[in-house]
Design a protein around this ligand. Sequence first.
Ligand SMILES: [Zn+2]
Length: 427
Amino acid sequence: MKNKVIIFPLLIVATFFLTKFWSSSNKDIEKAVSVVPIVVDTPNWEYGLMIDSFNVSQGEIEPNQFLADILLKHKIPYTKIDQLVKESKDVFDVRKICAGKKYCVLTDKEDTAQQAKYFIYEKNPVEYVIFDLEDSIKVEACQREITTSTKMASGIIESSLYQTLVDQELPVELAMNLADLYAWTIDFYRIQSGDEFQVVYEEKSVDGTVVGLGEITAANFVHNNEPFYAFRFGEIASYDYYDENGQSMRKAFLKAPVKFSRISSRYSLRRFHPVQKRYKSHLGTDYAAPHGTPIMATGDGEIIEARYKKYNGNYVKVKHNSTYTTQYLHMSKIAKGMKPGKMVRQGDVIGYVGSTGLATGPHVCYRFWKNGKQVDPFKQKFPASKPIPVEDKDQFEIFKNEYKAKLDSLKPKNVAALKTSTSKGVL
Ligand SMILES: [Zn+2]
């Protein structure tokens, strides 16, 4: 009896839903059947014009071809071309028209003379200039709408990052963007086979055609089996990349390789050499400090030279990344264990102040290379290295966890587990 009481209302409910479902799906079928196809001429828009009413002739600017050559062919008199050149100056200088770029001439279908009504010059896939050739000439610089979509990619490096991207038909600009992002962490000239990456990035397209890459949103680069995560975080105008701990991916150099010192000679292209007694350039910064003062590496990096040379005395050279290298001269002693191949952290003691080589008194001559050229470190604009502000920490954690999960899902073992044949896809 008790069971019947429960089952009966259940039956009513079930019948209600079943009939409801049945009738609604029937209605859908009726609707589908009753649709009568009506052919509507939807006008095609291009360049903000209803293109169907024009005859369109497209082409590519040939070498040494001028705007006048094209327009004369399309019945625009020379006087008008002259007027156009003058009037368009503020919007677009027609002398900048260059070979290989696409253009388009529109003539009215009704016009028996087929005189050009519009000339459109495509600066690139995004920007174009439209010349309205009617009585009063109008020139307008226009832009197509850019759509940004999120993409994911991953790969294991066999020969080079570039080749891995090419093999996977991924945009090669990703290599540059990754190298920039990891400039302070990984030397991209030294990445090796077996290194892997996972990346979430933006792609820009116009009318379904990819026109370029946007920013990297998050990435993980596994170098020497060590993961390096990077997350883009912050306001659009002032975002930065942070590691898993919320530390900036960009690191500044220490202001000086020695504490409690004074600069005795700055970087200069012409100074009087105290020992050689003649003018010559001094491409380093000298810090005078007591004999034996510890000298620190000003940034993370790898020691590439640690030896004695006649003029340099005992010195150590540190390569920080593919852009920056520093060198420390005249050491009384090179610190223990400092030899080529040794990795050092910012602040590690690499030697001690002395006056070996060509030096008058105890000092360290600090030399700084950017892209192979000695520069004045004081004139370099180094990125600020600030951690995530305390008040944004919670938000960063949420963002980081979301994107870390996305990156981890792209790891080779996870991709294999999903049995996906491609590691590329839209989010
Ligand atoms: Zn010096």
